[in-house]
Design a protein around this ligand. Sequence first.
Ligand SMILES: Nc1ncnc2c1ncn2[C@@H]1O[C@H](COP(=O)(O)OP(=O)(O)OP(=O)(O)O)[C@@H](O)[C@H]1O
Ligand SMILES: [Mg+2]
Length: 393
Amino acid sequence: MSFDDYDIVVVDSDEEFLAEAKAIFEGGATTARTVADAQRLVEAGDLDLLVLGPSNAHEAALESFSLLLELDSDLPVVLATGTITAQLLRAALRYGLRDVIQAPFTAEEIHQVLRESERRSKRRLAAPVAPVAPIGPKAGRVITVASAKGGSGKTVTATNLALLLARAAGPGKVAIVDADLQFGDVCLVLQLEPKLTIFNAAQDIDRLDNSLIDSLLTKHVEGVSVLAAPLEPAFADEVSTAVLIEVVSRLRERFEYVVVDTASLLDELLLSLLERADDVIFIVDMDLPSVKNAKLALETLRLLKFPSSKIKVVLNRSNARARLDEGEIERSLKMKISASIPSDGLVPASVNEGRPVVLSAPRSKVAKGFESVAALILGEVAESAKASKKRWK
Ligand SMILES: Nc1ncnc2c1ncn2[C@@H]1O[C@H](COP(=O)(O)OP(=O)(O)OP(=O)(O)O)[C@@H](O)[C@H]1O
Ligand SMILES: [Mg+2]
């Protein structure tokens, strides 16, 4: 792994840190000691990355480095520090830093930052951000279904939940957005064949309006509208976070409920969706890796001061053979389990048939499990729309 193709600058007042960083970059990085030195380097050329060392791990330094972003707004800036605190994370987010990583860092960590920033600039080029539409007086409720591990049951929960919400609210009131951009399978689970997808929204972002979005929706017979994920994983990179936010923001003006299915990757896209959601249905599968990942993800959200009142933990496959103690799971996650869905062979069968269990076996225990998830939302519809209105501005 070499850094020969990159122009990287490391800034710190500590010579020892600079020497260690130089060794990691195998000499392929320039060092600077002050903001002024770094500024000269930013002005001189097209940098790929600016790494701030631990001596810059305080608000005032981050603020002065953030001014360099005015010279090059695409420049990824990361902070490497020995102790990552919630306060530092918040300051880093506020001042536009790309990431905060643990010092000492490894070459692989820096490569990850570089790869992510390449993906971002590709996305940005593909989809310029459209001006944010004014929010109408009526605002629907956005429910984002997430988990910290793949295969935990997000898609079956999102689809069954959407159908139950449609049953309660009536046809034409519920939309599902498949934000699992690479491997989304909401349409598969609902036996729908989308002609157009969110990829088309990204292509046409300049003239994105309600009628265009309407033309991209695929309708299910039960009155739920689906905005499908791109048809090929390769198209995922063309759909920027800004496009998704814009689309969900517009859908919530027109639908009473917008259910967002996601991929199990705690990246910028998921964080942006979670931040703006009214409710987060956080699925935890009944196995140890799922609980461990959920604990880590929830801790990260806590560090970011994410309001835990929005999160509803739902335990899936609650009667699985490798049964874990629910009390222990709650203690480990430091959160209550709000609803449980039992494991049932009806679920994989319903996926194969393309007919979710709340339709194919409404009296089954597992359908009742999904009803208990829907009750978490329907029981709280009275919440003021004001707070949610702000988030989508
Ligand atoms: N309660 C359950 N009982 C039995 N099988 C289940 C249950 N929940 C989910 N499954 C099965 O587990 C598999 C994964 O479910 P699903 O696709 O909803 O997970 P996911 O979190 O969306 O996965 P991915 O991260 O890949 O998107 C499916 O085949 C589904 O049939
Ligand atoms: Mg899924």
